[in-house]
Design a protein around this ligand. Structure first.
Ligand code: NAP
Ligand code: MG
Length: 481
């Protein structure tokens, strides 16, 4: 097994222990064994990190550097990440449990392209000139939001760090990043690359630790100007309250309960693939997972029997084996939570047609699971399971479908499978969600925005939209008299 060195906190481009001296263990979810341990940051470390970020924002070379030079540094980050992509892929798989096939083909390329994309955008951020009434010259400046706190989850540890850091750095902000307690390793390794790429001291500070201590300290710190959060809706609500203390700007990327909708007129084999990709990618630990599979009544039985036979052939197991299609859930807590939802589903009347049990005696593996006979009011259709459990829900007609698809507190994404292009576009407008995939699922690109409607959050990450999160507009009036 890969030997992973103990992790430290990154402040001012220096690696340090927590002031308390505490450390916490990082576990490999596929073996239940300790990988290494990491310094446990808390409010004292966060305070030092915020001071470093403030100093770097107000006085450091980051502020005076040209936007193009910032872009060059981001580009070096992308190149270094590319150079070390195999080490990152293995480390991510070791820590998170996701299959190496996915870290190599999704997490790493998407992380690299995110830095490339924002490297290219850095020198294209500018204001407007506005033709106001009277004898004035009015223009806007687009200035960085300031010191930014970024809190990320464990499901895409490196990729979420890239989504957060890319736009924040392109705009000239400085950052305190807290990775999730379960998966701090790739974010810390990314810290090494940021330093090597030439990022000035204090621009990115990385404080591993726990949510209620390190996370809450970032969110309530009076010197933090903006918080970007990805995680559960439940914690998102706490974060918003804490951030209210000094009216920090916040952006939220929260949970989902996406409808993945299959019409009888779709290419059924493609839709079966899409249903699999929708729910089993990353063991279902995906905020935009297609967890509610709406099937038009007349194809319901056929579709499920095709899906079931495909699912039963899936290779579940050692995440480091390139043939593995589904790895381990991230933690024992998550593993138990998922199995608990399956039991709840059964109690409320759903039938497990495949899976629903652990896949191996050791490690947090859950068999890919299909629940049949789910209705949209059951707990399994309303709450985010965050695991490889798809809930099949039959539908009769368009109206009945739209009502059910939107009958959720979430609104992150949706999938639509049909050959009728008019129907696809109509539905794309009717569904209340931030991303709609037509005849595809779980597609991402650094250039295309991602984010939620309703309790799935607000603000858009990726693309030029993310620049809104990290900049503020200043209007300058000059009298021409
Ligand atoms: P979470 O508890 O919402 O954690 C997300 C991040 O917030 C982590 O870094 C977490 O720290 C931090 N945090 C927790 N409490 C905080 C507080 N009081 N103040 C500031 N930060 C705080 O999510 P999770 O524990 O990783 O997973 C729980 C559930 O969240 C999952 O079952 C799933 O439903 C959902 N989830 C959603 C997404 C998404 O992308 N939408 C991603 C992952 C999880 P810790 O690391 O110490 O928890
Ligand atoms: Mg947590």
């Amino acid at each position: 097994m890969q030997v992973v060195k103990p992790g430290k906190i990154l402040i001012n481009n220096e690696w340090c222990e927590a002031q308390s001296g505490k450390r916490f263990d990082v576990i490999n979810p596929a073996t239940e064994q300790k990988i290494t341990d990491v310094a446990e940051g808390d409010s004292a470390d966060v305070d030092r990190a915020v001071k470093a970020a403030r100093q770097a924002f107000e006085k450091g070379p980051w502020k005076t550097m040209s936007a193009r030079e910032r872009g060059r540094i981001l580009n070096r980050v992308a190149l270094l990440l590319d150079k070390h992509k195999e080490e990152f892929a293995e480390l991510e798989t070791l820590n998170n449990g996701k299959p190496i096939h996915e870290t190599r083909n999704a997490d790493l390329p998407l992380s690299i392209e995110t830095f490339e994309y924002y490297a290219g955008l850095a020198d294209k951020i500018h204001g407007d000139t506005i033709p106001v009434n009277g004898n004035f010259f009015n223009y806007t400046l687009r200035e960085p939001a300031g010191v930014v706190g970024q809190i990320i989850p464990w499901n895409f540890p490196l990729l979420m760090a890239a989504w957060k850091l890319g736009p924040a750095l392109a705009t000239g902000c400085t950052v305190i990043l807290k990775p999730a307690e379960q998966t701090p390793l790739t974010a810390l390794k990314l810290g090494e690359i940021l330093v090597e790429a030439g990022l000035p001291a204090g621009v990115v500070n990385i404080v591993p630790g726990f949510g209620p201590t390190a996370g809450a300290a970032i969110v309530s710190h009076p010197e933090v100007d903006k918080v970007a959060f990805t995680g559960s809706t439940e914690v998102g609500k706490i974060v918003m309250q804490l951030a209210g203390s000094n009216l920090k700007r916040v952006s939220m990327e929260l949970g989902g309960k996406a409808p993945n909708i299959v019409f009888a007129d779709s290419d059924i084999d493609a839709a079966v693939n899409g249903a699999m990709r929708g729910i089993f990618f990353n063991q279902g630990e995906v905020c935009c997972a297609g967890s509610r599979l709406f099937l038009e009544e007349k194809i319901h039985d056929d579709f499920l029997s095709k899906l079931k036979s495909r699912v039963e052939k899936m290779v579940v197991g050692n995440p480091l084996d390139p043939k593995t299609q589904m790895g381990a859930q991230v933690s024992e807590e998550q593993f138990r939570k998922i199995l608990g939802y399956v039991e709840k589903g059964k109690k409320e009347g759903a039938t497990v047609i495949t899976g629903g049990v652990p896949a191996q005696p050791k490690g947090y593996f859950v068999k890919p699971t299909i629940l049949e006979g789910v209705n949209n009011n059951m707990t399994v259709a309303r709450e985010e399971i965050f695991g490889p459990v798809v809930c099949a829900i039959p539908f009769k007609n368009h109206e009945n479908l739209v009502h059910q698809a939107n009958d959720t507190v979430y609104g992150l994404s949706a999938g639509i499978w049909t050959r009728d292009i008019g129907k696809a576009h109509r539905l794309a407008k009717e569904i209340k969600a931030g991303t709609i995939w037509v005849n595809c699922y779980n597609c991402f690109d650094a250039a295309s925005p991602f984010g939620g409607f309703k309790q799935s959050g607000f603000g858009r990450e990726l693309g030029k939209y993310a620049l809104e999160l990290y900049t503020q507009v200043k209007s300058v009036w000059v009298s021409l008299d």
